[in-house]
Design a protein around this ligand. Structure first.
Ligand SMILES: NC(=O)c1ccc[n+]([C@@H]2O[C@H](COP(=O)([O-])OP(=O)(O)OC[C@H]3O[C@@H](n4cnc5c(N)ncnc54)[C@H](O)[C@@H]3O)[C@@H](O)[C@H]2O)c1
Length: 348
């Protein structure tokens, strides 16, 4: 039995970590902590587990083997490092950290402790992305030449239910849509292709969101990135908090032998269009959208089960710290590119 603790009991803990630990027969929720103790208490009533009065108290609990870090972005690195040093396995939400040095510090702490550090890149576990990866590896679309991947929705006000969420404030979040949503798509492209980003050119801007006093928020609400992957393919990643319609969580890959459309069609989560004209539509599970999660439609993200399995089997998971660092490098390079208005190369 994996005895778990959850640090940060807000939206992602409530909609993913807590229910998915509760549904996994090999996991038990043992401890909870949130700087807002009322929130932690509410979650303990719903899911069980003791409310700890501090992070240190939770991490000192010998009955806890593993923790989820679900606090705001700047707390990811310090909390993950403390948890690893306390001998706990860690599943830390994305974005991994707010600096590359912190990402590396987290990976080093995992290495030293011998414990697992996994990052919340749940899109790798979507059935559509998993099958797409298999089809690409089998050569169904040939060599990938280009791609486009979008993640856009109405913004974190919808997600958190607050008109002025911490996500909007650079001091509390560091970055906006690029690291909130873009990170998922950059990471998924790495996962699908087995390649990493080699070069990036980006525009990262605040186009529309404002604080309640009408001044622009202090992080980006839109990012458009042009990526060159290590295999030579060119494509775009768009991240947006201003898609004021249905969420777009789609990816298209264009290869020498065909096209793959992932989560791009309302009925079929995956469509393979072959150069020959044959079209195969796969009736498989679509990616779980933020809209569905908020509407209370429960679908497992797969990441909690994968975390528990990786600890039980000792087999390296598909979203470990090393993989996450590749995606974070691209995010930081995109920010540098946007500031300097030039293309930024990422050293291997
Ligand atoms: N993987 C995904 O798809 C996904 C989706 C949404 C959010 N997230 C990530 O999850 C993290 C949390 O986002 P959220 O939407 O749940 O936000 P939220 O504001 O709903 O919840 C954050 C919670 O953390 C608590 N908190 C803040 N600092 C803390 C600290 N130092 N120690 C303990 N608790 C602390 C807050 O009181 C709050 O209850 C963010 O980093 C976000 O990027 C990931």
């Amino acid at each position: 039995m994996l005895r778990t603790g959850v640090i940060g009991c807000g939206k992602i803990a409530q909609l993913r970590h807590l229910p998915e630990y509760a549904e996994n027969p090999d996991c038990e929720i043992h401890g909870l902590y949130d700087t807002d103790s009322v929130r932690a208490k509410e979650m303990s009533v719903q899911y069980g587990g003791r409310v700890h009065e501090s992070v240190d108290a939770l991490l000192a609990d010998p009955d806890i083997d593993a923790v989820s870090i679900c606090a705001a972005n700047p707390a990811h690195a310090p909390l993950s490092v403390r948890a690893l040093q306390a001998g706990k396995h860690v599943l830390c939400e994305k974005p991994m950290a707010t600096s590359l040095a912190d990402c590396e510090r987290m990976a080093e702490a995992a290495e030293k402790s011998g414990k697992l550090l996994m990052i919340g890149h749940n899109q790798r576990f979507a059935t559509s992305n998993q099958l797409a990866r298999e089809l690409i590896a089998r050569g169904e679309i040939g060599d990938i030449l280009s791609f486009q991947s979008n993640f856009g929705h109405q913004g974190p006000e919808q997600w958190t239910g607050q008109s002025n969420p911490w996500f909007f404030d650079k001091k509390l979040a560091l970055f906006g849509a690029i690291a909130d949503l873009g990170i998922h798509k950059i990471d998924v492209l790495h996962f699908l292709t087995g390649q990493t980003t080699q070069e990036i050119t980006a525009m990262v801007e605040t186009l529309h969101k404002t604080f309640p006093d009408g001044t622009p928020i202090t992080v980006d609400d839109n990012a458009i990135c042009i990526l060159r992957l290590s295999g030579g393919a060119l494509g775009t990643v768009r991240a947006s908090w201003t898609f004021y319609g249905q969420e777009d969580n789609s990816t298209r890959l264009y290869g020498t032998k065909g096209v793959l459309r992932i989560d791009d069609d309302p009925k079929h989560a995956l469509i393979l269009e072959k150069k020959s004209g044959e079209i195969i539509r796969y009736e498989i599970g679509k990616i779980v959208t933020n809209e569905e999660q908020l509407a209370g439609i429960r679908k497992s993200s797969g990441i909690i089960d994968a975390f528990a399995d990786a600890i039980r089997t000792g087999i390296r998971p598909i979203s470990d710290a090393k993989e996450a660092i590749h995606a974070m490098r691209a995010v930081f390079a995109a920010l540098t590119s946007a500031e300097s208005r030039r293309t930024v190369a990422i050293l291997p």
